[in-house]
Write a protein that binds this ligand. Structure first.
Ligand SMILES: Cc1cc2nc3c(=O)[nH]c(=O)nc-3n(C[C@H](O)[C@H](O)[C@H](O)COP(=O)(O)OP(=O)(O)OC[C@H]3O[C@@H](n4cnc5c(N)ncnc54)[C@H](O)[C@@H]3O)c2cc1C
Length: 394
C-alpha cells in the first residue's frame, strides 16, 4: 500500500492548511481544543459551518450538483485530517452527513430543493429521532405512533437520547404507521418542525454533567404528510441508508491529536519514565497506527470500487475503544487535577490558568462523555455481532 501523497494531493493539502490558518479564529480554535464531546455546541459549530459554506467546502462528500465539494475519498481524508490537526470545531453530522444524503437518495424534488441548500448554509439545525425508551439496538421495535388524518399524521409517544434536540429546529424521525406484520414493514421516515404544538423537549443530564441529550415527548402532534421521505411503511429502507453515513468517517487523525495531548501532559508530569504508563501509551499508539492503516485500506477499497464490507464495524469498535483508552491515560496523567467539569471555565476567553492547568479542565469531562461512544451509533456489542456474522460466518 503506497501511503505517500501525489503532487496534486500535496498541493491540495497545502491549500487546506493555508485556508485553515486564515479562517480559524482564536475563539474557534479554543472551542475545538476545549471541546469535551464529539458534538460541538452550535454557538461554535455554526459560525465555522458558515465559513466552510462560503468557501464551498462545507459538504466534502456531496456531489457538486447539490452544492457539495464533490471530492473523492482521498481529498476528503486529507481535509478531515487537517481539520483535526488544526483543532477546528466539529460540525453537526445530523444535517450534512445524515438527513442530507438521505434526501438525495430518497427525497422528492421539492424536498431536495427546499432542504438541501438550508442544510449546507446551516439555516436548519437537525436532530435525529430514532431511539425510544424501548427501542435502541432493536430499533425496529419502535412504537411512536403516527395515525393518518387527512393530509397529516398525528404523533403520540416519545423519543429518547435525542442529541441537541434542545437546539434543533427540525427533526428527522422514524414513526410507526402500521402495528401488524413484520415490525420493519410498519415504519415511516418523517421530517418535522420542533416548534409544532404538542412537542416537549426534556433534558437528560449525563454522568459528565453535560446537557447534550434529551427525551422528546409527542402529544397529538400534527405533522404534514409532505414531510414524509419515501413511501408510507417503507421508512426502514430510508433509515438503513442513513445509518451507512452515520457509521462512516475516519477517526485516526483525531485519535492522533488526542494521543499528542496525552504525551505532552505525561511528559510534563514526568510519567513517560514510568514503565507501566509508557507501556500502556505505546499499546494505544500501536492500535491507532493499525486503525489508520485500516482506514487507508478502506479508502483504497472504495477508490477501487470495492465494498469495504464489515470494516466500518471494525473501525467503530476499535476507534471508540482506543479513544476510551486515551481518556484513561489522560485521567492518570492529570492525576489530582482531573476533576469534575467546569463548563464556564472552558468557554473561549475564560481565564483557564486561574482554575489550574488547562488539561485539568478537559480530562475528566472527556473521559465521562466518551463512555457513550461505545453505545451510540450502534453499540460495540452490536458491531461485534455484525463482524461475527460477516467475517466468521457465525
Ligand atoms: C450520548 C448518546 C447520544 C445519542 N444520540 C442519539 C440521537 O441523537 N438520536 C437517536 O435516535 N439515538 C441516540 N442515541 C441512542 C443510541 O443509538 C442507543 O443508546 C443505542 O442504539 C443503544 O440502545 P439502548 O440505549 O436502548 O440500549 P440497548 O439496546 O437496550 O442495549 C443495552 C445493552 O445490551 C447490549 N445489547 C443489546 N442487544 C444486543 C444483542 N443483540 N447482542 C449483544 N448485545 C446486545 C447493548 O450493546 C448494550 O450494552 C444516543 C445515545 C447516547 C448514549
Amino acid at each position: 500500500m503506497d501511503l505517500s501523497l501525489t503532487a496534486d494531493e500535496r498541493a491540495f493539502q497545502d491549500e487546506v492548511r493555508a485556508f485553515l490558518d486564515e479562517a480559524l479564529t482564536p475563539e474557534l480554535r479554543a472551542a475545538g481544543r476545549l471541546a469535551t464531546s464529539v458534538f460541538a455546541e452550535p454557538e461554535f459549530s455554526l459560525p465555522w459551518q458558515r465559513k466552510l459554506f462560503e468557501k464551498g467546502w462545507v459538504a466534502p462528500s456531496w456531489p457538486k450538483a447539490y452544492g457539495g465539494a464533490g471530492w473523492g475519498e482521498m481529498k476528503r481524508a486529507i481535509f478531515a485530517a487537517e481539520c483535526a490537526r488544526a483543532g477546528a470545531p466539529a460540525l453537526s453530522p445530523m444535517g450534512l452527513r445524515m438527513v442530507g444524503p438521505c434526501l438525495m437518495g430518497h427525497g422528492t424534488e421539492e424536498q431536495k430543493a427546499f432542504f438541501l441548500p438550508r442544510i449546507l448554509a446551516g439555516e436548519d439545525y437537525w436532530c435525529q429521532g430514532y431511539s425510544e425508551p424501548g427501542a435502541g439496538s432493536d430499533l425496529a421495535s419502535l412504537q411512536l405512533r403516527a395515525d393518518s388524518d387527512g393530509d397529516h399524521y398525528v404523533l403520540n409517544g416519545s423519543k429518547i437520547w435525542t442529541t441537541h434536540a434542545h437546539y434543533a429546529n427540525r427533526m428527522f424521525c422514524l414513526v410507526r404507521t402500521r402495528f401488524e406484520g413484520k415490525p420493519q414493514q410498519g415504519i415511516t421516515f418523517l421530517l418535522l418542525e420542533m416548534a409544532t404544538p404538542g412537542i416537549t423537549v426534556a433534558p437528560i443530564i449525563t454522568l459528565a454533567g453535560d446537557h447534550e441529550v434529551n427525551q422528546v415527548f409527542f402529544d397529538n402532534v400534527r405533522v404534514p404528510k409532505s414531510g414524509r421521505v419515501g413511501e408510507e411503511n417503507h421508512g426502514w429502507t430510508v433509515a438503513k441508508y442513513l445509518l451507512e453515513f452515520e457509521r462512516g468517517g475516519g477517526s485516526a487523525p483525531g485519535l492522533k491529536v488526542a494521543l499528542g495531548r496525552v504525551r505532552g501532559l505525561a511528559g510534563a508530569e514526568g510519567l513517560l519514565d514510568d514503565p507501566d504508563f509508557r507501556g500502556r501509551l505505546i499499546d494505544v499508539e500501536v492500535l491507532v497506527e493499525a486503525i489508520e492503516m485500516t482506514e487507508h485500506r478502506v479508502l483504497a477499497a472504495i477508490a477501487g470500487g470495492r465494498n469495504p464490507g464489515p470494516a466500518s464495524s471494525m473501525l467503530k469498535t476499535q476507534g471508540t475503544e482506543a479513544m476510551q483508552a486515551i481518556d484513561e491515560l489522560a485521567i492518570d496523567a492529570a492525576a489530582p487535577y482531573a476533576r469534575v467539569d467546569q463548563p464556564a471555565a472552558r468557554k473561549p476567553g475564560a481565564n483557564i490558568e486561574a482554575v489550574g492547568p488547562a488539561h485539568s479542565l478537559t480530562a475528566m469531562p472527556r473521559y465521562l462523555n466518551n463512555r457513550a461512544a461505545s453505545i451510540y451509533g450502534g453499540s460495540n456489542q452490536i458491531q461485534r455481532d455484525i463482524m461475527a456474522r460477516l467475517i466468521l460466518g457465525l
